[in-house]
Design a protein around this ligand. Sequence first.
Ligand SMILES: NC(=O)c1ccc[n+]([C@@H]2O[C@H](COP(=O)([O-])OP(=O)(O)OC[C@H]3O[C@@H](n4cnc5c(N)ncnc54)[C@H](OP(=O)(O)O)[C@@H]3O)[C@@H](O)[C@H]2O)c1
Length: 202
Amino acid sequence: MKILIIGGKGTIGKRISEHLTRKHQVLIGGRSAGDVIVDIADSRSIQAMFESVAGLDAVVCAAGEAKWAPFDSMTEDDFTIGLRSKLMGQVNLVRIGQHYLNAGGSFTLTTGILADHPVRLTTSAALVNGGIHSLVKAASLELKNGLRINAVSSGLVEDAVDKYADYFPGHNPIPMSKVINAYVRSVEGHGTGEIIRIYDNC
Ligand SMILES: NC(=O)c1ccc[n+]([C@@H]2O[C@H](COP(=O)([O-])OP(=O)(O)OC[C@H]3O[C@@H](n4cnc5c(N)ncnc54)[C@H](OP(=O)(O)O)[C@@H]3O)[C@@H](O)[C@H]2O)c1
C-alpha cells in the first residue's frame, strides 16, 4: 500500500511510520519536515498536498493541536485553535481526500482518551476528540468506492509520559506496541466507522 502519514515525525507518528515502512510505501506529511509539507489547519494546503501525491491507499493523521488551559480562562480564540487544527484539519483531510484516494482506501484519524475520560484543562481537546468520533461514525455511512474511516483513541502513550504524566494522575500509560497495532488494525483491517479505543483502567 502507498500510505501517507501526517505527523509522521511526531511522538506517535514516527512509531507508526517505522512499523508500516516494513511492509508498505510510506510518505511522511508534516508542517515543518517530511516528504510533503502540509498544514492541516489550512484546507488549501490539504488540497495542494493531495494534488501533489498520487495513488494513495491510506491516509493516517497523527497530527492536530488544541489549547490546554483552565476552562475559566479559555477565550473563543483559544477554542478556535483546536477547532481549526485537530477538528477541521482532520475533517478536511477526509472531506477533500475522499476524492483522491484509491478505491478501497482508508482514513485513520487520531483522537484520544480525553473524549471519554477528560482531565482538567482539556475542555477544548475533549470537545474536538468527541467531534471526530461522531464524524467517523457518520462519514462511514456515506463514503463511496469502498473507502473506510476509523479513529484511534489512545490513553497517554508510553513515549509521552515524561511530557504529560502529571496531567493524568493514576493513568496507566499505553505501550507503544498497542498504539501501533491500533493503527495497523485500521489500515490493514477491513473495519470502518470504528473508534479504536486503547485505554487501561478507565
Ligand atoms: N501523546 C499522547 O500520549 C497522545 C495520546 C492520545 C492522543 N494523542 C494525539 O495524537 C496526536 C499526535 O500526538 P503526539 O504526541 O505524537 O504529538 P507530537 O509529538 O507533537 O507530534 C505531532 C506531529 O504532528 C505535526 N503537526 C502538528 N500540527 C500540524 C499541522 N497543523 N499540520 C501538519 N502537521 C502538524 C508535527 O509536525 P511539526 O513538528 O512539523 O509541526 C509533528 O510531527 C495529537 O492529536 C494528540 O492529541 C496523543
